[in-house]
Design a protein around this ligand. Structure first.
Ligand code: BTN
Length: 331
């Protein structure tokens, strides 16, 4: 099943959720206020509140004070996400699949059928979630965030590699705002909490006349365990902090950061590079990296103006890595 919600204009349900969520210190909103602010008939409010309750929202009704949101279901709801992202310029529509193969593939299909930049595709579960280098990405239902964003960057295609740094900074900042702790960027595509990976980024660019890029993001949010070898390498926000997170709030925090940073990709990219540097997991560490068919070993230094990693060789010379898979050297 797919649920879809546009941001412009917001649906009635999205407007009701926006008003209930915006109510100061979770206070009540009267039917009259809701119908005015949502631009709909008071009778319609009552029926939509009933539908929202049916979908799992706990909404209290007081005879004088009106409605109050007590709790939201632990599900990704397109209208609710749209409501919380109201005001973002990048985000245009939200699609939520209960299950799909890979949200990156859905985004690519949408792009080919003419969808505009800013379509966000979430899946509660993916049956063929993939990571970089053809790896499988574990995407269990209702435990994490598996989503993709359709982008059509208005910068020369050779600069689209900047998307990696931009995404990493937006995700790290979004996560930091919800966990109230530091997130590190392991160049180029991973977000680490402590010494374990919590987020993977998969950007797939499709050049051509109607070129587009799909930014795929996998966030381990509420898992309490990981299968097989992942147990030693992966973590979730919950494992790292000891708290359960509202996945929708995590998604909104990331997308709001992305919305704020995306316009800086062209002229103010140095700010994004600086933010990435400040969160570097590799800086000063001895690493090994596969680059242009060669295995390179050296100490990770700064990032260049496009987000490429500068590596210092044992002989003192430097090499700039534009992409690759870095591992911490064992010696
Ligand atoms: C990696 O670390 O190798 C990248 C993992 C990217 C996973 C996300 S989940 C949403 C999107 N759909 C996919 O199939 N992959 C990305």
């Amino acid at each position: 099943m797919i649920f879809r919600s546009n941001l412009k204009p917001l649906t009635i349900d999205a407007r009701i959720l926006r008003e209930l969520r915006n109510a100061k210190s979770h206070s009540h909103v009267t039917n009259c206020e809701l119908s005015e602010r949502c631009e709909t008939q008071p009778g319609k409010i009552a029926s939509r509140i009933a539908a929202l309750r049916e979908a799992g929202y706990e909404i209290e009704e007081h005879p004088h004070f009106g409605f109050r949101l007590l709790a939201a279901p632990d599900r990704l709801i397109a209208d609710d996400l749209a409501a919380m992202l109201d005001g973002c310029t990048l985000v245009r529509e939200i699609l939520v699949f209960q299950r799909t193969d890979s949200t990156n593939d859905v985004a690519a299909q949408l792009s080919r059928s003419g969808s505009a930049e800013g379509a966000i595709i979430f899946a509660e579960a993916q049956s063929a979630g993939r990571g970089r280098l053809g790896r499988k990405w574990d995407s269990p239902a209702h435990e994490g965030l598996w989503f993709s964003i359709l982008l059509r960057p208005k910068i020369p295609i050779q600069e689209w590699t900047r998307l990696t740094t931009l995404a990493a900074v937006a995700i790290a900042q979004g996560i930091e705002s919800v966990i109230e702790n530091r997130a590190a960027i392991k160049w180029p595509n991973d977000i680490y909490l402590g010494d374990k990976k919590a987020v993977g980024i998969l950007i797939e660019s499709h050049a051509g006349e109607n070129g587009f890029a799909v930014l795929g993001i996998g966030v381990n949010v509420n898992q309490t365990q990981f299968p097989g070898v992942l147990a030693d390498r992966a973590t979730s926000l919950r494992q790292f902090t000891g708290h359960v997170f509202d996945r929708q709030l995590v998604a909104v925090a990331i997308l709001r950061e992305l919305d704020a940073l995306y316009p800086k990709m062209r002229d103010r990219f140095s700010e994004i590079v600086a933010a990435a540097e400040a969160r570097s997991y590799l800086r000063g560490r001895k690493i090994e990296c596969e680059f242009a068919g060669r295995r390179i070993c050296g100490v990770a230094e700064t990032l260049d103006e496009n987000g490429a990693l500068i590596l210092r060789n044992p002989d003192g010379s430097t090499v700039t890595l534009h992409s690759g898979e870095a591992t911490i050297a064992s010696i």
